[in-house]
Ligand binder design. Structure first.
Ligand SMILES: [Zn+2]
Length: 325
């Protein structure tokens, strides 16, 4: 309640009430409202700036950021799984595939190399979440590079495997005469007594004794380089060039089944046992050459013999008997 004010009126000699002016009253009321409004407004601004209260929009943005962070964490876990699988493939690649095909393992530093030089991640800098996004991008870049290197390595392995397959098909790896066609294993590679002079001399091949006309088979894929009677001692003979430095020779034949320059596959019938040239009795004289040197053919029969047969052949071939040449 406002106080009622009085003043002394000398005309009437009495105290009289002061009547407030209407205009002044209105002004006071207006000022009061203006002041309240300003104070309230300032207070609100202060309050909003102190983070004590969030607007609904801020709350929803904050929730969204939280969700991004969670999703990033999940993606990080998935990347970790991919990294583990890749590491496993790389391990097999280095220690099994590349080892088997005699290729050098690819070093870890080369497989895990990121990108050097200019800063590729400049555009990602300057945000609250820059660190997290740059780290993730770097990880993905490395994974991508790893995949390319791994893929190239497998291409190389495929090529090497094809080569190895050709090499394995080319190597003279079977016995040139069927076991059931053999009368006996006459003589192996090594020092033997010469059937003609009886002197000890090196026998450079293996002699397979079997009747005249017994089929002779190519011991590996290759090209016939010779099928003629013009080499001293061998009589009618065949030579097959297998590539990779390998050559096989078949001597003392009675008949050819192939011509020079003809391509043959392992197991193809190339001729028939005879006793032409420097020979005592029908047999096949068989030689294997590697880089222009004669080597022991017995090391190449794994393709056609059982362990027991190989054992038997080894026993006979090592007997120091007389060769048939
Ligand atoms: Zn011989």
């Amino acid at each position: 309640m406002s106080k009622v004010k009085y003043y002394y009126d000398p005309d009437t000699l009495s105290y009289r009430k002061i009547e407030p002016k209407k205009s002044r009253r209105f002004r006071n009321i207006a000022l009061f409202f203006l002041g309240s409004f300003l104070f309230g407004f300032l207070g609100l601004i202060l309050l909003l700036n102190t983070n004590l209260v969030n607007t609904p929009r801020e709350l929803s943005l904050a929730r969204e950021v939280k969700n991004y962070e969670l999703q990033f964490e999940l993606l990080g876990k998935k990347m970790e799984q991919i990294e583990n699988v890749l590491a496993n493939i790389e391990d097999r690649d280095n220690n099994i595939y590349r080892l088997y095909f005699e290729a050098n393992p690819i070093p870890e530093e080369q497989r895990r190399a990121g990108f050097g030089g200019v800063n590729r991640y400049k555009s990602l800098e300057g945000f609250n979440n820059s660190e997290m996004i740059i780290a993730t991008t770097k990880r993905l870049d490395i994974i991508q590079k790893q995949m390319v290197i791994q893929s190239k390595s497998l291409d190389e392995i495929t090529k090497l495997a094809e080569e190895k397959e050709k090499l394995l098909a080319a190597i003279p790896a079977i016995q040139p005469i069927k076991n059931e066609d053999l009368t006996r294993m006459a003589s192996g590679y090594g020092w033997r007594s010469d059937p003609f002079t009886k002197a000890r001399k090196m026998h450079w091949g293996m002699d397979f004794t079997s009747p005249k006309g017994t089929p002779i088979y190519a011991s590996g894929d290759g090209t016939i380089t010779r099928a003629d009677n013009n080499a001293s001692g061998y009589g009618k003979h065949i030579r097959i060039d297998h590539g990779y430095g390998y050559m096989s020779l078949y001597g003392h034949l009675s008949q050819y089944n192939v011509k020079a320059r003809q391509k043959v596959k392992r197991g193809d019938l190339i001729g028939f046992v005879g006793s032409t040239g420097r020979s005592e009795a029908p047999h096949l004289h068989y030689e294997v050459w590697k880089d222009d040197e004669r080597i022991n053919p017995i090391n190449f029969y794994y393709g056609s013999l059982t362990a027991e047969e190989f054992e038997n052949m080894l026993k006979y071939a090592n007997q120091e008997n007389q060769s048939l040449d």
